[in-house]
Design a protein around this ligand. Structure first.
Ligand SMILES: Nc1nc2c(ncn2[C@@H]2O[C@H](COP(=O)(O)OP(=O)(O)OP(=O)(O)O)[C@@H](O)[C@H]2O)c(=O)[nH]1
Ligand SMILES: [Mg+2]
Length: 237
């Protein structure tokens, strides 16, 4: 990372039918560190892309990557990572659009990266559990996924499926993006695992996770199955 005082920061936000959530999301993004915004939209049918295009006319640093159909979260992030690497950003964030992740916590990640972490992962489970409004079965599934991941891989993260993350450029550049196979929760585990195995420094920051108020969850049994099958194989890949 360049060591001037202001790293170039990109926030990547994948969207699929998140129009109702975007105004509040954008409002909550803090002024510092100054960040550009990339929405990766998969042809949402609720006017998400139109809203982003309109925002771009009145707010600098807003970008939209449109894909022709719903292609999954993992490939949306890979497309966003490529976009950010091509443009020379120093810090690249992943963040959900549904306000489950609170943009006001972004500076905490940036601070950790400044202290030397290559990948900062927002965790719901350091020093307790901070989740608002989740049904118990979602919490159990998430906790089980954490234990399962730790058991099979040894990955030292308390919340390996978390999608609120900050990568230092060098870490992102070291990923073999063409090799990433998974698309759902497994994507988060896979990326963190590769960086950890390559010797990059992982750090966690506590986050508060709030269940979505608006819109529809894209979580499904296929995503769970994908993670259950991929995780035990990671050590051999
Ligand atoms: N571009 C794109 N974005 C997606 C896709 N699937 C999910 N997303 C976005 O990825 C983020 C996380 O998806 P969610 O549906 O909230 O999934 P989740 O947070 O795991 O599950 P919930 O707890 O139900 O919200 C949101 O911003 C979604 O709009 C996809 O196929 N393409
Ligand atoms: Mg969500």
């Amino acid at each position: 990372m360049s060591h001037d005082l202001s790293p170039r920061v990109a926030l990547i936000v994948p969207t699929y039918n998140e129009r109702e959530n975007l105004p509040r999301l954008v409002e909550r993004i803090p002024a510092a560190p100054a960040a550009d915004l990339l929405f990766v939209d998969d042809s949402s049918r609720d006017g998400t892309a139109e809203w982003v295009r309109e925002l771009a006319t009145r707010r600098p640093g807003v970008h939209l990557l449109e894909r022709p159909r719903k292609m999954g979260l993992g490939t949306a992030y890979v497309a966003g990572f490529r976009w950010a690497l091509d443009r020379g950003y120093d810090l690249v964030f992943e963040m959900d659009a549904d306000l489950s992740h609170d943009p006001s916590e972004i500076p905490n990640f940036a601070r950790k990266a400044e202290e030397g972490a290559d990948l900062v992962v927002g965790s719901r489970y350091v020093d307790g559990i901070r989740i608002i409004n989740w049904p118990l079965r979602r919490l159990i599934l998430s906790r089980f996924a954490s234990a399962y991941t730790r058991f099979w891989t040894g990955l030292p993260l308390t919340d390996p499926t978390s999608g609120f993350k900050c990568f230092r450029r060098e870490a992102l550049a070291a990923l073999d993006l063409g090799r990433i196979r998974s698309n759902g929760y497994a994507f988060q585990i896979e990326v963190s695992y590769y960086l950890w195995r390559k010797g990059f420094r992982l750090a966690e920051v506590p986050i508060v996770f709030t269940d979505r108020h608006q819109g529809v969850s894209k979580m499904n049994p296929r995503i769970v199955r994908e993670a259950a099958l991929l995780v035990p194989m990671l050590r051999w890949r």
